[in-house]
Design a protein around this ligand. Structure first.
Ligand SMILES: NC(=O)c1ccc[n+]([C@@H]2O[C@H](COP(=O)([O-])OP(=O)(O)OC[C@H]3O[C@@H](n4cnc5c(N)ncnc54)[C@H](OP(=O)(O)O)[C@@H]3O)[C@@H](O)[C@H]2O)c1
Length: 232
């Protein structure tokens, strides 16, 4: 596949390297130098790209998505911190009959963790003696807090057990790629469920798998749609 990379930071670089390793070609790399307001995302520059993979920043992603959708380029984005714009982006996709797959976390393990966490939340309904909490840890340079994954976990868990709030504590430290822990604290015992990403490579592999899956589809998808054929 010919892939356009939008955002040449830690994730953009990892995805490019993995894509080449897997026999894909990099059609273009759009970095921040000439893309203020998405102006580098033109028909000429993107012509021939079969899919775009976008990893930028919360303040750049929405404009980038608007441009890519308008050009009809199937797009995978892992950028976090823009969920408030989702209804507008969904409407645009519907209008343009284009395709977007978005996920705050492209690790397969995190999605297995989410399934298990939902099951635990179902089992803990009706046990008010257990206090619920979520802690997420990420590297010090992460811009948004709480993490998109922690918010997704919280949303899914409150849907399972509306009597709880699942408050999130965010820790920003060192070079941690991403750790999420759900805890139920009882008077005499503690249940913890954790997912620890040991390398960003897991996110790059998932984003690339999504980019291989998306072309030919129309609409808005999550990584869970791709992995399990469902959105929770
Ligand atoms: N979904 C997942 O699995 C997953 C995994 C890891 C990270 N993330 C998220 O993905 C995003 C990127 O993470 P990262 O670790 O790659 O961050 P990063 O290393 O800071 O890279 C972001 C890059 O985007 C560039 N950029 C900013 N505005 C741009 C624009 N308008 N057009 C093109 N490029 C632009 C930045 O360039 P400058 O430095 O020149 O501004 C920077 O190189 C974050 O939101 C992060 O939370 C998601």
């Amino acid at each position: 596949m010919r892939i356009a990379i939008v955002g040449n930071g830690k994730m953009g670089k990892l995805v490019s390297a993995l894509a080449v390793e897997r026999g894909h070609s990099i059609h273009t790399v759009v970095d921040s130098s000439d893309n203020e307001g998405g102006r580098a995302l033109t028909r000429e520059r993107l012509s021939g790209a079969e899919v775009a993979i976008e990893f930028t920043r919360p303040d750049a992603v929405v404009t980038n998505l608007e441009r890519l959708i308008a050009l009809g380029i199937p797009t995978v984005t892992g950028t976090t911190g823009w969920t408030e714009a989702l209804p507008r982006i969904s409407a645009l996709l519907e209008e343009q009959k284009s395709a977007l797959l978005h996920a705050p976390n492209f690790s397969v393990g995190v999605h297995l963790f989410l399934h298990t966490a939902r099951e635990l939340a179902r089992r803990c309904r009706g046990h008010p003696e257990f206090d619920d909490s979520i802690v997420e840890e990420h590297h010090a340079a992460k811009l948004d807090a709480p993490s998109g994954t922690a918010l997704l976990l919280q949303r899914q868990l409150t849907a399972e057990d509306p009597s709880r709030r699942f408050p999130i504590t965010s820790v920003r430290v060192g070079a941690v790629p991403g750790t999420h822990t759900l805890t139920y604290n009882g008077p005499y015992e503690t249940i913890t469920l954790s997912h620890v990403a040991r390398s960003r490579q897991t996110f790059a592999a998932g984003a690339l798998a999504a980019a291989e899956w998306l072309p030919g589809r129309t609409g808005i998808f999550t990584f869970e749609d791709m992995l399990f054929g469902e959105t929770v």
